[in-house]
Design a protein around this ligand. Structure first.
Ligand SMILES: Nc1nc2c(ncn2[C@@H]2O[C@H](COP(=O)(O)OP(=O)(O)O)[C@@H](O)[C@H]2O)c(=O)[nH]1
Ligand SMILES: [Mg+2]
Length: 423
């Protein structure tokens, strides 16, 4: 079997599109071909192909269905695998894995592994990530280039896919015409082919063992194996061991990667525990401060009430004493006047002017009940919940500003908590 090389005589570019259903495979195929060759949004279960001429280059696109589609029966999958190997037998310039941006990576790594298992590990050198939905990068709050988007730590899963494909990627906007996006892709594919010294060939595919029957056991006389090459067992074994070793290395790396992620998860679990404990302690402290604030506020309000009660009771006691003095004076005057009435005429006449004067002096005006004698109840009860809430709000705001006007400071001096102006 002759190797298919990339040369100026043969400018054909053969592209295999792979990806999960809905990732933009058909749309990307259409963008490359410049026409609606593949049905978009169709749950495709057949391999489709399209060809076009772009400048000097003949471009051939093979659009494969989602090979990990759980709806595919085993027989259908076997049939598709056979067809795919046969369609790729003319060589491949690139295997493009379509990955939509702004969506979570799903089973893309498995798809890559599946294709490597089918076509052989050497196909990895021809793999490239083709991001779709590039137009959505422009719709972000701050538009980004694909390189900037990939650098974000949130997109480590996308970076991993790019690394799996040897760092090769391109980005398409299938919903929007972007000048030169296809030409730039073809240029990247040509550079990749140059680096790989040509296309991925049937020879490489056979080396991988994807050609089912192990050549070492083949019957030389079998018609089925006419034209096949045969190699010594030791050579085949050593090639296969090399391949298996590469696959093993990749498995070890994957396991290490998953162990690292597991470690991160365990750390997160511990962190959640200590976070919850710490937060519960703080909640209790904060509520204790609030309870203390309310207790202090109640104490200060009652203290103010007691003070007013004492003050007002004192005033009324003084008024009562004054009244007692008035009544006692009047009693004396009454008694003396009654005595006078019983006295002899000469005595009566003699004492009459003095007695009359005493009677007139005794009819002084009554002392009045002082204004504001009673306790000003609304001062304590009016809007009580609102006032307390407002004060609490001020303190909370002060705490927020970092001026730790701590509620506990009111403990030592309840008076300082009760703003006299509000009473
Ligand atoms: N905005 C946007 N939508 C895309 C792009 N590529 C594909 N789509 C949409 O993604 C959906 C799936 O596309 P399709 O090509 O059928 O994916 P497939 O199942 O992988 O072949 C369709 O609704 C497409 O219109 C893109 O670059 N930008
Ligand atoms: Mg499709």
């Amino acid at each position: 079997m002759s190797e298919i090389c990339y040369s100026s005589d043969d400018p054909g570019i053969r592209i295999l599109l792979i990806g999960r259903y809905g990732s933009g495979q058909s749309s990307s195929g259409n963008t490359i071909l410049g026409e609606k060759r593949f049905k978009v949004k169709k749950h495709e279960t057949e391999i489709c192909e399209g060809k076009t001429q772009i400048g000097e280059k003949r471009v051939h696109v093979i659009n494969s269905p989602d090979l990990l589609d759980p709806d595919l029966s085993e027989e259908k999958l076997e049939e598709l695998k056979g067809q795919l190997v046969s369609r790729c037998s003319a060589g491949l310039s690139a295997v493009l894995l379509t990955v939509p941006l702004e969506q979570h990576v799903q089973n893309e790594e498995e798809i890559l592994d599946y294709i490597k298992g089918l076509l052989g590990p050497e196909v990895q050198k021809y793999m490239m990530v083709l991001f779709t939905r590039g137009d959505e990068l422009e719709d972000l709050d701050e538009p980004q280039t694909i390189e900037e988007y990939l650098q974000s730590k949130d997109h480590a899963d996308l970076q991993r896919l790019v690394t799996e494909c040897g760092g090769k990627f391109h980005c398409f906007s299938n919903k929007k015409h972007v000048e030169g996006q296809v030409e730039r892709l073809l240029q990247k594919i040509e550079e990749m082919m140059m680096k790989n010294r040509g296309r991925f060939t049937m020879e490489q595919m056979k080396r991988s063992g994807s050609n089912r029957d192990p050549p070492v056991n083949l019957c030389f006389t079998s018609q089925q194996h006419n034209n096949h090459n045969f190699r010594p067992i030791s050579e085949v074994v050593s090639t296969h061991k090399e391949e298996l070793n590469t696959a093993l290395k990749s498995l070890l790396e994957k396991r290490q990667h998953k162990e690292n992620i597991k470690g991160e998860f365990e750390k997160t679990l511990q962190h959640i525990n200590s976070q919850a404990e710490h937060t519960e302690r703080q909640i209790k402290q904060q509520f204790e401060k609030l309870h203390q604030f309310l207790r202090d506020e109640e104490e200060a309000t009652i203290t103010a009430l007691r003070e007013e009660e004492e003050q007002k009771k004192q005033i009324m006691k003084e008024k009562l004493e004054e009244m007692n003095r008035h009544i006692s004076a009047l009693s004396h005057t009454i008694k003396d006047t009654e005595e006078m009435m019983k006295a002899s005429d000469v005595c009566f006449l003699k004492e009459f002017p003095v007695s009359m004067e005493r009677v007139q002096i005794s009819s002084q005006p009554d002392p009045q009940t002082p204004s504001g004698a009673l306790i000003h109840v609304p001062r304590y009860l009016g809007n009580l919940p609102f006032r307390v809430w407002k004060k609490m709000q001020d303190i909370v705001q002060n705490n927020d500003r970092g001026t730790d006007c701590t509620l506990l400071s009111s403990k030592t001096s309840p008076r300082s908590v009760l703003d006299r102006r509000t009473i």
